[in-house]
Design a binder for this molecule. Structure first.
Ligand SMILES: C[S@@+](CC[C@H](N)C(=O)[O-])C[C@H]1O[C@@H](n2cnc3c(N)ncnc32)[C@H](O)[C@@H]1O
Length: 209
């Protein structure tokens, strides 16, 4: 929590309250339905909340933007980003119903009004977004195939709309067919040694494979 305040000093009272509540909400729900590994639940702020917010260090979503979180699992990175950007509409999608149930409960517990959820494979979603965010779901080739046609070609973010994906390791092979991808390092922002996933890959939609 301390690090969230340090990195995002302009949080409102409501946002501070939501961020401070999120840890207990997940701890409660995780006892009933396991969506975050037992090892990680004690590190929920650094390994999940702060880590998710790394995307905001790369892209500040404008008010009114539409963002889909693909394979959100228990709500990451979507829920922390929805707290940080209350005027942005988030759609959190996962193919596993019990995970979406926890996401719904956490969204309700936090009083978030800018989040909708779908228990669905992303391939079945028929809508367009300014941005698609994700963490730890699929190889970039598979991922871009799944979300084809789902990023709006025009948006108020001009050429920046596209994919923002939290990834780690050596990405040279995975991204060899994506020359327009930019990799942003989160090493200064996110110091937890546990995580290798310290890169945000930004892939603008104008890219043509
Ligand atoms: C390793 S988990 C990551 C969850 C979350 N993004 C996180 O970082 O904590 C991958 C998630 O992607 C979901 N998933 C995999 N393929 C999917 C698809 N085609 N459409 C929607 N969700 C999918 C799985 O159900 C699972 O919850």
């Amino acid at each position: 929590m301390k690090e969230i305040i340090q990195h995002f000093p302009d949080l409102t009272e409501l946002q501070l309250e939501q961020f401070s509540k999120i840890g207990d909400l997940y701890k409660d729900w995780n006892q009933k339905i396991n969506v975050v590994s037992r090892k990680d639940i004690d590190e929920i702020y650094s390994r999940h909340v702060l880590h998710s917010l790394g995307i905001a260090k790369v892209m500040s979503f404008k008010d009114g933007a539409k963002v889909m979180d693909v394979g959100t699992g228990g709500g990451f990175p979507g829920i922390p980003l929805a707290i940080l950007f209350p005027e942005v509409q988030f759609h959190l999608v996962d193919s596993i119903g019990k995970k979406i149930k926890v996401v719904d409960e956490v969204v309700e517990g936090l009083g978030l009004t800018n989040v909708k959820t779908s228990h669905s494979r992303v391939e079945e979603i028929n809508d367009t977004y300014d941005f698609i965010v994700s963490r730890a779901v699929a190889h970039m080739e598979t991922f871009t195939h799944w979300i084809k046609g789902k990023v709006a070609k025009k948006s108020n973010h001009e050429l920046k709309n596209g994919i923002l994906y939290l990834k780690g390791g050596d990405l040279s092979e995975e991204l060899q067919n994506f020359p327009k991808a930019t990799i942003y390092e989160l090493t200064d922002f996110f110091k937890d040694e546990f995580f290798d996933t310290k890169k945000v890959v930004h892939l603008p939609i104008k890219y043509k494979p």
